[in-house]
Design a protein around this ligand. Structure first.
Ligand code: AMP
Length: 190
């Protein structure tokens, strides 16, 4: 089972991914987590990505695709994977199709976690206040930029998967547990 967890910043993709990897014993590929690790290790990639991430902008597609291609070639992906925070541009989605075709694999479902914009802002502000390990991209000016970029660059990805009849939508404004339950229901038939 290969799935994409899709949604705006603060929709709860990371939280739901953690639940799903336990439930279905598949792995999570979060491009954001991979990039944060590179930043922490101060690799060349991390150094070039840091400012972009701190501003809430998108890291160039070539960098993201080389990360994803390498990761998808690892044997643990054979059992199934959850993509979290990727693809974020139409170009990334198209490139992903090419990689999977070569591997004789495909995305089974893309799960859109739908959350209203005002709730997103509230959630991320709370996350920034409550977390001791504050993400540098969690303040409200940057959040507004992230939402703007989401609408401009990332939303077209939804239409792409909708046309392929692979898109399912979950109301992301329910409790975390109810969102998890709704996702499990949708995945049961794969
Ligand atoms: P996330 O943890 O998914 O919110 O990602 C944090 C930041 O990493 C984003 O705001 C981007 O700067 C960068 N990033 C993560 N995934 C991608 C992607 N697929 N394409 C471009 N930039 C990304």
């Amino acid at each position: 089972m290969n799935i994409i967890l899709f949604g705006p910043p603060g929709a709860g993709k990371g939280t739901q991914a953690k639940f799903l990897i336990e439930k279905f014993k598949i792995i999570q590929i979060s491009t954001g987590d991979i990039l944060r690790e590179e930043v922490k290790l101060k690799t060349d990639l991390g150094i070039s990505a840091k400012n972009i991430m701190d501003n809430g902008d998108l890291v160039p597609d070539e960098i993201i695709m080389s990360i994803v291609e390498k990761r998808l070639a690892e044997p643990d992906c054979k059992k199934g994977f959850i993509l979290d925070g990727f693809p974020r541009t139409l170009n990334q989605a198209l490139e992903l199709e090419k990689i999977l075709k070569v591997q004789n694999s495909e995305i089974n479902k893309i799960i859109f976690i739908d959350v209203d914009e005002d709730i997103l802002i509230e959630r991320i502000t709370t996350r920034a206040l409550e977390t001791s390990n504050i993400r540098e991209d969690d303040n409200s000016t940057i959040l507004k930029n992230r939402i703007k970029i989401y609408k401009k660059d990332t939303k077209p990805v939804l239409d792409f998967y909708k046309n392929m009849k692979k898109l399912v939508t979950v109301n992301g404004m329910m409790s975390i547990e109810d969102v998890s339950k709704a996702i499990v229901k949708l995945l049961w038939f794969i």
